[in-house]
Ligand binder design. Structure first.
Ligand code: C2E
Ligand code: MG
Ligand code: MG
Length: 312
């Protein structure tokens, strides 16, 4: 596997990279970036971008993005019951770049829409190919940024992708964060209804880290299907010391049960965390305890087995 580059701690080399590599790009397809098309000339726009931002624009055409898949597990039955698709950028010189290090850049230059479409299409096509090969049929979830979630053509674009890839809607899930649903409730409600009508399930990602959280959740009763409890709560779960995290997780589980939402515990790393969760009747988990996100070629080996045990 290629080394992972943490861009936050590598600003000097990144700056040098940008300075040295700015002119390595053809100048003909900058207008791929939706938001700038027709507003400034390609060349002016290109000269205002860093080398990394330019690389990003060409990354789809150059086949540099890859989806990794992390299983969601029914811990009671030791079965894979779903997967989350997580994007990686295999940069030709910088190595493997994680999404938190390039999604904000993509958003800044208006390229996230295009990446989002690539992600959805690739995840749906991959899932359909696994099903056609006779493997376990599971829903695969994709992450949607708050800005993308608010765009008007979201539902029609998802419909198109499902038609094109021939994947049934029940096998695609969308993960959105609380920030996506905090603003403009009316628009959000109608979007959630549209997605629901298509037959897609919606998960609220990183639950507990936003501001609305518990108090606002009942507004979304019947519209949000799954809550993903953020890793920050899971990592503090303890059997010996009943920390705040135990209490919060227990509360979230009780509330979601009341609202008939399913729950996924994110970032489960230890048997102790799993045990606490199971004591609270939470059996759907995702985390390094079972598997890190894997390239499709490795994830398929897990799918073939269907069963999965904690890595101890
Ligand atoms: P997320 O959606 O909350 O995804 C879970 C993140 O936690 C992933 O990081 C995953 O690798 C990591 N993780 C899973 N289990 C464990 C664990 O047990 N321990 C620890 N320490 N980490 C664990 P990753 O892949 O770096 O993604 C980070 C974030 O980037 C995602 O958080 C999501 O918000 C965003 N992202 C990923 N792919 C996409 C995408 O295609 N589009 C958009 N818009 N955002 C994406
Ligand atoms: Mg997610
Ligand atoms: Mg999350």
């Amino acid at each position: 596997m290629q080394p992972t580059v943490n861009l936050d701690v590598n600003q000097t080399s990144l700056h040098n990279y940008s300075a040295n590599n700015k002119n390595n790009h053809p100048k003909n397809s900058i207008s791929d970036v939706n938001s700038i098309e027709g507003t400034v000339s390609d060349q002016v726009f290109a000269s205002s971008l860093t080398a990394l931002e330019l690389d990003l624009i060409y990354a789809i055409d150059r086949n540099e993005f890859e989806l990794y898949y992390q299983p969601k597990v029914d811990a009671k039955k030791s079965l894979i019951i779903g997967a989350e698709a997580l994007i990686r950028w295999n940069h030709p010189t910088l190595g493997l770049i994680l999404p938190n290090d390039f999604i904000p850049l993509a958003e800044k230059i208006g390229f996230l829409n295009k990446i989002g479409k690539w992600v959805k299409k690739t995840a749906c096509a991959q899932n359909k190919a696994w099903q056609d090969a006779g493997l376990l049929a599971i829903p695969v979830s994709v992450n949607l940024s708050a800005s993308r979630f608010m765009e008007k053509d979201l539902a029609s674009s998802i419909k198109e992708i499902l038609e094109e890839t021939q994947l049934e809607a029940q096998y695609l899930e969308i993960e959105i964060t609380e920030t996506s649903i905090l603003k403009n409730e009316e628009i959000v409600f109608s979007l959630l209804d549209e997605l629901k009508n298509i037959g897609i399930k919606i998960a609220l990602d990183d639950f507990g880290t936003g501001y609305s959280s518990l108090s606002n959740l009942h507004h979304f009763n019947g519209k949000i299907d799954i809550l993903k409890i953020d890793r920050s709560f899971i990592q503090d779960l303890s059997i010996a010391k009943q920390e705040d995290a135990n209490f919060i997780v227990h509360m979230i589980l009780q509330l979601s049960n009341h609202l008939q939402m399913d729950v996924v515990a994110e970032g489960v790393e230890t048997l102790e965390q799993l045990k606490v969760l199971q004591n609270y009747n939470c059996n759907t988990v995702q985390g390094y305890l079972y598997s890190k996100p894997l390239p499709a070629t490795q994830f398929v080996e897990l799918l073939k087995k269907q069963r999965i045990e904690p890595i101890c």
